[in-house]
Design a protein around this ligand. Structure first.
Ligand SMILES: [Zn+2]
Length: 438
């Protein structure tokens, strides 16, 4: 007896052989997938289940994994425009310092994480000032979240010291070390905002707890020049020399790398979180993703925060990740829809050390599933479900979302949580936020 049985629809498994099952059937029991196959074998005799959902042409995919986000920065969406990263950050930090405290961070986290959830994201990697609040918001929404203590060397939001950041990072890892939904991380902002010793102290905590170590890296040419002038090395060599790179290192952006830096990332099994929209909008550049793939580096996808990319849309992110390299290199056959869909799913799961649990639809894995409607005009006719997902689909096509077998989104709306109340509260922050930059 299954808890839930989905019958019909096309299943994009994202398993090792990238099987696509047409007219499939998925059985869920105890939060996990315990049946996945073609429906034909069961057509006259569906297995017993407490709940049945009959699908009609829909596509079933693994939940998307957003590998780089700042969810609560959704409070500042559209506030700072037309500046390069360095000038932009100065304005962002001014607004953040004026507005953010644990309560507003909680509000912003609900807003940003709910946007992710409605777009079919079931796991978010999030870097922000108050990680306990982000974790609470995520648990309330039923999302999986990778986050943890931030580090920055100047007085940031809340005016905390490095010693306080160390305690917070350690406490966070202790609290969530065995959590089912929270994957602990340590998150120094960048090598240009955190000094070498402090980076190593942060890494020590990550290593002690076997936690993810996530950091912005090689985002702009300015950053590369800055690190070179301070430490005599490029960003990735600097991080490597400090002993920070291994399979737990999740490097956000990596737009400007030389060949040797890519080789270091591959040799250390570090992971890249590619954020094409944010890189474009801040004028940072276009990351060399074809080189990453040719070197067999694990590449994941992120939206970055809504303050840089203005929305948290993994569908747009996928489309840009697939099309930018083709246009840049004038080669239409590189960085395929399959490459990009793997970046948004199983590659993220591998990066988080969770590929035995999430990232694909396979027996024994958690039932993190998204049902994509094919009723829109842009889905007619539909020759290839995979190219449809990457090149035509949008977040409005996300119909149902299940995480660990529990439905969190039904017919395009969040269930089990009052998001309307959050929207009302966030709107009250508009004027104080505008005034913060005067
Ligand atoms: Zn970022």
């Amino acid at each position: 007896m299954y808890d839930l049985l989905l019958s019909g629809g096309t299943i994009i498994t994202c398993n090792n052989s990238f099987d696509i099952i047409e007219d499939g059937i998925i059985g869920i029991k105890d939060n996990k997938i315990s049946l996945i196959e073609s429906k034909k074998e069961n057509i006259n005799n569906l297995p017993e289940s407490k709940e049945y959902i009959e699908l009609d042409n829909e596509i079933i995919i693994p939940g998307l994994i957003n590998a780089h986000c700042h969810a609560a920065d959704s409070l500042f969406r559209g506030l700072v425009e037309n500046l390069s990263l360095e000038d932009w950050l100065q304005e962002v930090w001014k607004a953040e310092k004026a507005i953010l405290n644990p309560e507003t961070t909680l509000l912003g986290s609900y807003l940003g994480l709910a946007e992710n959830l409605l777009a079919g994201v079931t796991t978010v990697v999030d870097m922000f000032w108050y990680p306990f609040e982000t974790a609470n918001a995520s648990l309330d929404l039923g999302l999986r979240l990778c986050t943890g203590g931030i580090f920055i060397d100047f007085p940031g939001v809340g005016g905390r010291t490095h010693e306080q950041y160390l305690v917070e990072a350690s406490d966070f890892c202790s609290k969530f070390n065995n959590s089912e939904f929270i994957i602990p991380a340590v998150m120094p902002h960048g090598s240009y905002t955190v000094g070498p010793e402090h980076l190593q102290e942060a890494k020590k905590i990550a290593s002690d707890f076997k936690a993810i170590f996530s950091i912005h890296a090689a985002e702009t040419i300015f950053e590369q020049k800055d690190i070179k002038s301070r430490y005599g090395n490029t960003v990735i060599r600097h991080l490597d020399k400090l002993g920070l790179l291994d399979e737990k290192a999740l490097l956000a952006h990596c737009v400007h790398l030389d060949n040797g830096e890519m080789d270091i990332i591959k040799a250390t099994n570090s992971v890249i979180a590619h954020n094409p929209l944010s890189n474009l909008k801040l004028g940072s550049g276009i990351a060399p993703t074809l080189d990453f793939l040719e070197k067999e580096i694990n590449v994941t996808l992120g939206t970055d925060g809504a303050i840089s990319g203005n929305d948290l849309d993994m569908w747009l992110t996928m489309r840009l990740a697939a099309t930018l390299p083709k246009g840049k290199l004038m080669k239409p056959d590189i960085v395929t829809a399959k490459d990009v869909f793997q970046m948004a799913t199983i590659n993220g799961a591998k990066a988080l050390g969770k590929s035995s649990e999430i990232g694909s639809l396979e027996i024994g894995k958690q039932a993190d599933m998204v049902i994509i409607s094919t009723n829109s005009l842009h889905a007619v006719p539909l020759f290839d479900p995979l190219t449809h997902l990457v090149y035509s689909c949008s977040k409005s096509d996300v119909k149902h979302v299940y995480i660990a077998g529990k439905q969190c989104v039904k017919d395009g709306s969040i269930i089990n949580f009052d998001i309307e109340n959050i929207i009302k509260e966030v709107r009250k922050l508009k004027m104080p936020t505008l005034n913060s930059l005067l």
